[in-house]
Structure formats: structure tokens, C-alpha cells
Unconditional design. Structure first.
Length: 222
């Protein structure tokens, strides 16, 4: 099975290196395609990790991310991640189980957050408003059949925000499976640093937790 992770990078090299470590810890030969926007600087950062690189303007952000998924044509599944997201081998093993069963969408209902500056951690239980029950944007896994129907562009072009909503609006085809991390005793983490699209703060349906819940599983984050 050919699996490709698609992401984009802009600044934050220290965060990208942690993302790369997370990918390399997955027990599977995964292709990784990264859209970058800083010329030689981001190209060297990405290729030094052994990943494929394409250059694309940082805005609109959805065009930049679509450029990576366009390069993933021929994959059986594409996993869309931020370059500040980490999924553990246990989460990936569950993804594999559902990929082998032919699911078209696999995603996460909840998520953990870790702030690299302060060492603080949050657990977010998922959407509690009109989006309750929907999967989060981080780590969505999509079959080639669905990607083909989308012309390998999961997001509408021209967007700099609301990318998760853009993809969610398209997810009306195929068989889907959502995974609750907490109920399954699993960890997937969104890393925060000085530069973030969404700041680290206690938002709705989130609670501060002992950071060791995350760092015991991912000690290289300390």
C-alpha cells in the first residue's frame, strides 16, 4: 500500500525537525511531500530529512497545501498533516487497520497540544458546537478514490483560513471512520511555538493536563 503524508512548512525549523522525527518513528515506508515557501532555506530543511520538496508561495495557504497533494497522485492513501503535528506509531497502526478495510476517510475526534516554550499541555475533547462529532483537520487520511473525485485538491483554492471547514464540506462521499484518542488510550499532538496559526490557549472543550502524559510517549519533545 502506497501512503503519502502531505504537509507545508513555513519558518519554525525546530518544529519541523520534531515533525520529521515523528514521521520517521512510524514503522512503515511513507512518502512525504512538503510545500515550502522560503526558497533554499526551506528546501534544505526538507531535503535534509529525506523528504520531497516543492516550492510554493505561502499564500493562499490552501493553494500551497493543494500543491503537495497534487504531487501525491498515485498514492493509495494521503494523510494531510500540519508540519507541527505528530501521530504516534499506535495511532498509525489503527489507521492501517482501517485502510486495509477500505475506509475512505479516517480522522481524529480529539487532540493533544504541547507548547514547546512553556512545557504546558492541553487535551481538547473535540468540537462541542454545531460541528460536534466531526473530525479535526490534523491527520485526516483520505483514499485515492476520493482524492481522485476531488482532482487531488482537498481544499478550495484561495483560502488563508478555514481550511478544515473547506475539507469538511467535501466529505460527503465514501465510508468514514473517526477515532477518539482518549477512549483508545492514544496520543496525537499539535505542537505550539512562538509562531502559530492558532495560539496556545485554553479554548472551548479543552483542559490543561499533566505534560508528562505527552512527553512520556514522546520524550524527544522535552
Amino acid at each position: 500500500m502506497n501512503i503519502t503524508i502531505c504537509t507545508g512548512v513555513w519558518k519554525r525549523p525546530e518544529v519541523f525537525k520534531l515533525f520529521a522525527k515523528g514521521v520517521k518513528n512510524l514503522p512503515y515506508n511513507i512518502r512525504v511531500i512538503v510545500s515550502g515557501s522560503e526558497g533554499v532555506t526551506s528546501r534544505r530543511l526538507v531535503t535534509s530529512e529525506g523528504f520531497e520538496y516543492i516550492e510554493k508561495r505561502n499564500k493562499p495557504l490552501s493553494n500551497k497545501m493543494n500543491a503537495a497533494t497534487q504531487e501525491a497522485k498515485g498514492s493509495d492513501y494521503v494523510i494531510c498533516m500540519g508540519s507541527d503535528d505528530i501521530i504516534t506509531p499506535e495511532v498509525f497502526a489503527l489507521y492501517m487497520r482501517y485502510m486495509k478495510r477500505g475506509y475512505d476517510f479516517i480522522g481524529l475526534e480529539d487532540l493533544y497540544f504541547y507548547d514547546l516554550r512553556s512545557g504546558k499541555a492541553l487535551y481538547w475533547a473535540g468540537y462541542s458546537d454545531h460541528r460536534k462529532g466531526l473530525t479535526v483537520g490534523a491527520g485526516r487520511c483520505i483514499s485515492s478514490e476520493v482524492m481522485e473525485s476531488w482532482k487531488w485538491k482537498p481544499w478550495d483554492d484561495g483560502l488563508n483560513k478555514y481550511l478544515d471547514s473547506s475539507m469538511t464540506a467535501k466529505m460527503n462521499l465514501g465510508k468514514s471512520k473517526s477515532i477518539n484518542l482518549k477512549k483508545n488510550g492514544l496520543i496525537a499532538v499539535d505542537l505550539k511555538s512562538k509562531i502559530n496559526i492558532t495560539p496556545f490557549s485554553k479554548w472551548q472543550n479543552a483542559e490543561y493536563i499533566d505534560p508528562e502524559i505527552i512527553t512520556k510517549k514522546l520524550p524527544y519533545l522535552k
